[in-house]
Unconditional design. Structure first.
Lengths: 123, 984
């Protein structure tokens, strides 16, 4: 079975890098994008098995990116996990109402991130 | 309606007069008639008495005749008979005859009958002798002789003579009686007629007299009775009343008081006393007024007098408050003769009145206090009646709703203010908390709602309603309190947003750190040393970023909350700008960006140099970051009206118009990803603005999107000119320090500030210099090798000639670490800060008794000029600030002895200035005169009080009066200052 492909969309270079290494070690094939727009393009082009989406991003933020992903036929069914520093209950509630598969908090534990993603997506 | 009867004493007077007249007439008639009758009767009586007398005479005459015949016959018989018996009889008759005859003779003379008795008397004597002879003869027996003797003619003749006399008498008496009878008959007729006429008159007059007498008596009795009754009434009334009645006789200046003086006022007696007793009893403070008042009335033509005054009680201590009323009587000439009146004790009434007044005042005060409390409340308070109509709204409510009580009358408060929900739906009264309070007596707390203003705008409120019940527990209305939560909600929203952003901003580097370290710690990348190193680099750089971020956040908080004390000093704007450029040049060079100098003017500002450089480098750094390589960043510093304006201009891509507003807000980078690339925390501009604001300046940005941006900020000028000593003599200073370099630096610096400077290298030199040079202040280094600072100080202070010279210590240690044994004028710590040194020296010179300095904060330049001029005449130094910010900047430079403050000022008003001043240790007790256009309210006055504070209103206190008051205040101040200095 070929490894699952995950697209990481985050504007923070360091976070993208750390997350990518973490997930590669966890056995995923990792794609990255530094903005929401680039992420959508990448998702449409490469059809990842899941998307790890940052929330606070300039221009197109996480929820907006998510909404667009849900609009396009090509990306509509890709499961999305929000990876966010917004951890306050109100923020979680508003994110939760959007219909993403899961919400994961920053900072994350690299030793359990891959496991958590698998659990959330039922892999 | 009561109509007064005619005055009864007048009628009584008339009746009494008539009765008296009738009585007098009647009595006169009666007396006259009685006199006539009496005379008539008396004359009758006299007449009858005469008749009786005459009758007696007649009888007497008859008796004498009879006795004469007896004598004759007895003598004859004796002579004839010779009988002795007859002789005896004759002798007896003779004895009887003699007195009878004598009596008759006397009566004839007495009755003046006009009859001569001498002949008869002679005849009697002769016959008696003859008879005696005859009898003697007879006794001798010589009868014949005796008889012959008695038969002689002589005897006979004599006897006839005597007999004739008696006949004459009888006849005269008869005639007389007859004449008397005739007269009596006539007189009787007259008398009887008179009596017949007089008697009825007499009876009538007597009867009338009696009646008159009776009616007079009755009238008198009535009058007496009425007088008695009136007297009794008066006495009873005067006893029953507490009024002191009085009667002042102005002729002998006595005054009569009734019993009430004793019973009511507690005097030991009452009655008539001299007027001075009354005068003495008037309260000393009232007496002049009362007497003047009375005397004035005597002089005028007034009659009724009344006056309130205090009247001494019988105890001699307490006074009664009396209302005295009098009625003045005058003589025909109009001269006051008597005054009668009554004194009413008003003490109780007055006391009750005063109590009532006090109570009313209290109630009013309470009412006003309540109103004040209600109006002072920041929350809106609305009283609702049972129908839900507003019966009261406090000031806050009126202001928030933009309505007055009048606007709300008649309509239900809910329908007017609370009718529509935020979503535009109708908000039914049934669901209003007011309704629950009014209908069910329910209390609601803190429910949120939407209120509508008069201008149809709305605002969020939090409201509470409390039902009001009367004493019987019945619902009578409700009170609704509310406050505008718009701002709070906004603050809450901003706070939430800030927390959310900070959370995000902190978590972002943490995520990288945690992830990188987690990978290392988990040994997951142990096989790849390059990756391991990379992870460590990420962790380190993100840690730095985190530290920067935290520092910046804390910095902003500290600056904004005023916890950062700016280390201000006088510095040159151009120098600061140059320093900043020097710092940034390497970075700019690296980015290929030139830093060009625009116009740069030298100007002194009082600022924290490090902070200004931080601001400038931040701006230049931003400009460099966003400038394309090869372009230039232009910087300038220009002295403008309010101070120095620094500008940093780049030719970067600029800021979109919609972001210009928020560019200074926290974490509001135009493009976050850009800023991350450039390594900013997102707080730089926010910090810059806080620093500038803390200096009393402002920061602006101008930008054309795509062409570049220009950031500028102003720092107020230091106004060194104003603080320089204007009138003449430069302050003289001796700088005593063993370090020649420092001496030189200080000399140059102080000369620059207008000081006349002499330097000394040690204590001995200083003492020597003092003999020829009298400085205003000494700057003394504490730690010098030869003749150490302490020793020198002690020598200075122990010499009376030099003890008064203020000494400022220059030392490497802080003042509070030392226990200074001498009175020092100041303490400056090394390394030297120019601003602090000058300020300390200025202060030291102030202590030494320089002219007081007034700071005028007044935006009206003309008025400020007038005030400055007027104080210049008193040799008082002034400095002027025309805005609140200027005032603060100026107050930082110089410590004024007195502040003259206008309230309405641009930028920052008087309240803001005072608020700031109050927080400054050196300024919080500065005396102040608030010279404002309007009279500040008591609460405002409290807010405005600094040191001793006076409030003068421009409209009431004209400039010259204002000048006088301020000079007085300064005089008092300097006097107190000197006194306290002397005591010290």
């Amino acid at each position: 079975m070929s490894p699952k492909r995950i697209l990481i969309i985050d504007d923070e270079d360091d976070i993208r890098e750390v997350a990518a290494i973490t997930l590669e070690i966890g056995g995923f094939e990792v794609l990255t994008a530094s903005t929401g727009r680039k992420g959508i393009e990448r998702a449409a082009a490469d059809h990842p098995d899941a998307i790890l989406l940052d929330v606070m991003m300039p221009e197109l933020d996480g929820p907006a990116t998510f909404a667009m992903l849900r609009q396009f036929e090509a990306t509509r069914d890709i499961p999305v996990i929000f990876l966010t520093a917004k951890v306050q209950p109100a923020d979680r509630r508003s994110l939760g109402s959007l219909g993403a598969h899961a919400i994961m908090a920053k900072p994350f534990d690299p030793n359990s991130l891959a496991r958590d993603i698998n659990a959330a997506l039922g892999w | 309606m009561h109509t007064p009867k005619p005055a009864s004493p007048i009628r009584a007077g008339i009746t009494r007069g008539a009765t008296q007249w009738a009585l007098e007439m009647a009595l006169l008639a009666a007396v006259l008639l009685t006199a006539v009758a009496g005379w008539t009767i008396t004359s009758l009586h006299q007449h009858y008495a005469t008749v009786i007398e005459l009758a007696k005479l007649s009888d007497l005459s008859a008796n004498v005749m009879h006795l004469d015949e007896t004598l004759t016959s007895s003598a004859r018989i004796a002579a004839l008979s010779n009988d002795p018996e007859w002789g005896i009889r004759h002798d007896a008759a003779a004895k009887e005859f003699a007195p009878a005859w004598a009596q008759l003779r006397d009566e004839v003379v007495r009755n003046d009958l006009g009859i001569r008795t001498d002949k008869a008397d002679q005849a009697d004597r002769e016959t008696t002798r003859m008879e005696r002879q005859a009898l003697t003869l007879a006794l001798d027996g010589r009868t014949a002789a005796a008889t012959a003797l008695l038969s002689t003619a002589r005897y006979h003749e004599m006897k006839v003579t005597f007999g004739d006399l008696t006949s004459v008498i009888n006849q005269v008496v008869r005639e007389r009686i007859e004449a008397g009878r005739e007269r009596t008959r006539r007189r009787n007729a007259i008398l009887i007629g008179a009596c017949l006429l007089l008697l009825p008159l007499l009876v009538i007059s007597w009867a009338y007299a009696l009646i008159a007498l009776h009616s007079y008596t009755a009238a008198r009795d009535r009058a007496e009775k009425s007088l008695l009754e009136s007297d009794e009434r008066f006495s009873a009334a005067s006893r029953a009343t507490n009024d002191v009645m009085w009667d002042w006789d102005l002729k002998d200046n006595t005054i009569w008081f009734n019993e009430a003086l004793q019973t009511h006022f507690g005097y030991s007696s009452w009655g008539t006393v001299t007027i001075s007793r009354w005068v003495d009893a008037i309260h000393p403070e009232d007496v002049t007024g009362v007497l003047d008042n009375v005397l004035a009335m005597f002089e005028s033509d007034g009659q009724a007098w009344s006056r309130e005054y205090r009247f001494l009680r019988g105890d001699g201590k307490s006074y009664a408050h009396v209302l005295d009323r009098g009625f003045l009587m005058r003589d025909a000439g109009g001269k006051a003769t008597r005054m009668v009146g009554a004194m009413l004790d008003l003490t109780e009434t007055k006391r009750a009145e005063a109590e009532l007044r006090a109570m009313n005042v209290q109630l009013e005060q309470l009412g006003r206090k309540n109103e004040l409390i209600l109006n002072a409340a920041a929350d809106g308070i609305v009283g609702l009646d049972l129908e839900g109509r507003a019966s009261f709204i406090n000031r806050a409510a009126a202001e928030m709703l933009g309505v007055t009580m009048d606007d709300l009358r008649g309509e239900r408060f809910h329908d007017r203010i609370h009718h529509t929900r935020a979503n535009g739906e109708v908000h039914p009264f049934e669901e209003c908390p007011a309704m629950r309070a009014l209908r069910h007596g329910e209390m609601t707390r803190g429910s949120s709602g939407l209120f509508w203003r008069r201008d149809r705008t709305s605002f969020d409120v939090e409201l509470s309603t409390t039902p009001m019940r009367n004493e019987a527990g019945e619902l009578v209305g409700a009170v609704m309190t509310f406050h505008d939560t718009t701002e709070r909600l906004e603050v809450q929203r901003m706070k939430d947003e800030f927390v959310s952003i900070v959370s995000h901003e902190l978590r972002t580097p943490l995520t990288s750190i945690r992830g990188a370290l987690g990978l290392l710690a988990g040994g997951l990348i142990a096989s790849s040393p390059e990756k391991g190193q990379r992870m460590l680099d990420i962790a380190v750089s993100n840690t730095d970023r985190l530290v920067r971020l935290i520092n910046d956040i804390l910095d902003i908080e500290r600056i904004d909350s005023g916890k950062v004390v700016l280390k201000k000093s006088l510095c040159d704007a151009a120098t600061l700008l140059q320093d900043s450029i020097d710092v940034m040049r390497p970075i700019a060079d690296k980015a290929g960006v030139r830093i060009e100098l625009g116009r740069v003017e030298s100007a002194t500002i009082n600022a924290d140099a490090d902070r200004v450089i931080q601001t400038l480098t931040n701006l230049i750094s931003n400009a460099v970051k966003f400038s394309p390589s090869g372009s230039a960043v232009t910087v300038s510093a220009i002295h403008e009206r309010d101070g120095v304006v620094f500008r940093v201009k780049d030719r970067g891509r600029g800021i979109p118009a919609d972001k210009l507003e928020t560019v200074f807000d926290r974490f509001q980078q135009v493009d976050a990803s850009d800023s991350r690339e450039k390594g900013g925390s997102g707080l730089g501009l926010t910090i810059c603005r806080s620093i500038v604001r803390e200096h009393g300046g402002e920061m602006h940005v101008d930008s054309v999107f795509g062409e570049g941006s220009e950031f500028s900020f102003s720092i107020p000028a230091a106004l060194v000119e104003a603080s320089a000593r204007p009138n003449g003599a430069a302050p003289r200073i001796i700088v005593c320090d063993d370090d020649p370099n420092l001496r030189e630096v200080l000399e140059t610096m102080l000369q620059g500030f207008g000081y006349e400077v002499i330097t000394a290298g040690g204590g001995d030199e200083l003492i020597r210099l003092l003999q020829s040079f009298a400085p205003d202040v000494i700057l003394l280094d504490l730690f010098m090798p030869a003749g150490g600072g302490w020793e020198t100080l002690s020598r200075l202070k122990n010499n009376p000639e030099t003890a008064e010279i203020p000494v400022v210590i220059l030392s490497g240690i802080k003042a509070d670490e030392m226990d200074a044994p001498f009175d020092l004028a100041g303490w400056v710590t090394k390394p030297l800060d120019e601003g602090t040194l000058i300020a300390t020296l200025e202060q030291a010179l102030g202590v030494a008794g320089r002219q007081p300095r007034i700071m005028i904060v007044e935006d009206d330049f003309d008025l400020a000029h007038v005030i400055t001029e007027s104080f210049a005449r008193h040799g008082i130094e002034t400095c002027h600030a025309s805005t609140g910010r200027e005032a603060i900047a100026l107050a930082r430079e110089i410590t004024p002895d007195l502040l003259i403050l206008d309230l309405a000022l641009p930028e920052l008003d008087g309240f803001g200035v005072v608020e700031w001043l109050r927080e400054q240790e050196q300024l919080c007790n500065v005396p102040m005169v608030v010279y404002s256009a309007t009279d500040p309210s008591p609460s405002d006055r409290q807010r405005l009080t600094l040191g001793p504070t006076q409030f003068l209103t421009k409209s009431r206190v004209p400039p010259h009066e204002f000048e006088r008051r301020v000079v007085d205040l300064l005089d008092t101040m300097t006097r107190t200052q000197k006194e306290s200095a002397n005591v010290a």
